[in-house]
Design a binder for this molecule. Structure first.
Ligand SMILES: *Cc1c(COP(=O)(O)O)cnc(C)c1O
Length: 361
């Protein structure tokens, strides 16, 4: 692996200012003192310089190709302080693998797994004083890669930057784990067959923002997207996967057909639900069936999941045709139990039979 050069900041945030900010970090607005930067150049034989350095603006030429053709991918993961005082990542190997799957789709170079994980670990180590002091808090890590080549021709770039930054975070939704209200997008889709829906690329988010803004204007917390071909099948939220819980103990989540982001939380929840004796099937579920099952009571719970918000109950679904509620707009027992099972493993409070918790020495 490339050796890392470590250049600690000469201008660290004063401890009292940092600790004051960590009392109420919010989400994604507070950042640590450092970042990790690794450079790639095809003409230099690939990855060639890995540095832990002061967090600072990145000088950029206006012709940098990411600014024009959006070759950009990212990951989202959290480091946790465990009850025994140690620090751990949750399934970083899965993030490394998914990052390279996104890279393949966007015609970008792969980041070697050990380089990816080491970058994240280096940042957590140097910014170890930045863990929030609040319940549910964590250090959110954002590894990302973009095309830095100065070139306006249309082809995959030859130069990239792989950067990791860190943001102390509290709970994602302001209402804590109260059920959220979601808006069914009528005009917009997130991903089409053959498109980039399964890649974690910034472009998917750019395309989802107008739909999210519409949801907000409708008084909803999040938008839910239907499939692009038939506008019938429920896919996912802007940044979270969905699960449906039925009165017979079965659970449905939409299948990974290429238009849905393969969430690591999604995959973990499937394993945890099966371990609890629940039947999980990855199968299409239509918006009409969702409404009918919610109204008949066959559908007991719906929840969304992802690294940022963990597991969040969905209480109300709104569309121009009207709205319906699920389980009396209350958080249900299966949602609570799966959330608790996941969080207990992440925090080191429960056995970890799958080896998901990756301690940082
Ligand atoms: C990141 C993301 C998710 C959740 O993935 P996790 O690995 O569970 O955090 C779900 N949907 C979209 C569109 C995403 O970008």
């Amino acid at each position: 692996m490339l050796p890392f050069t470590i250049e600690p900041t000469t201008n660290p945030t004063p401890a009292d200012a940092r600790d004051a900010a960590l009392v109420d970090p919010g989400f994604g607005k507070l950042f640590t003192d450092h970042m990790v930067v690794v450079r790639y150049d095809e003409d230099k034989g690939g990855w060639y310089e890995a540095k832990v350095t002061a967090r600072a603006p990145i000088p950029m030429d206006p012709a940098s190709s990411v600014l024009h053709y959006a070759q950009e991918i990212f990951e989202g993961m959290k480091a946790y302080k465990l009850s025994d005082g140690s620090t751990a990542l949750f399934r970083p190997d899965a993030n490394a693998r998914r990052f390279n799957e996104s890279a393949t789709r966007m015609a970008m170079p792969h980041v070697p797994h050990d380089l990816f994980v080491e970058s994240v670990e280096q940042l957590v180590r140097i910014d170890s004083q930045w863990f929030p002091k609040v319940e549910g808090g964590a250090l959110y890590l954002r590894p990302f890669m973009f095309a830095s080549e100065v070139f306006l021709g249309v082809r995959p770039a030859k130069q990239y930057l792989f950067i990791t930054i860190a943001s102390p975070v509290g709970a994602y939704f302001k209402g804590g784990i109260a059920p959220v209200t979601i808006w069914v997008s009528q005009h917009y889709t997130r991903a089409a067959p053959g498109g980039t829906g399964a890649a974690k690329c910034g472009g998917n988010y750019a395309a989802s923002l107008v739909a999210q803004a519409e949801a907000t204007a409708q008084g909803c917390d999040q938008v839910v997207f239907l499939d692009a071909a038939e506008h019938k099948w429920v896919e996912e939220l802007g940044g979270m996967n969905l699960f449906f819980v039925f009165d017979d103990g079965s659970i449905i989540t939409p299948p990974l057909t290429g238009t849905i982001l393969p969430g690591i939380t999604r995959s973990s929840i499937i394993d945890l639900a099966r371990a609890q004796g629940l039947t999980v099937s990855e199968q299409p579920y239509s918006i009409d069936q969702w409404q009918a099952d919610a109204q008949s009571g066959k559908l007991r719970e719906t929840f969304a999941c992802g690294t940022a918000a963990v597991v969040t109950p969905v209480g109300t679904v709104k569309s121009p045709q009207g709205s319906f509620t699920i389980g009396g707009n209350q958080s249900g027992p299966v949602t609570a139990s799966l959330r608790s099972a996941l969080v207990s493993i992440q925090r080191g409070d429960a056995a970890d039979p799958h080896g998901w918790v990756h301690r940082i020495a």
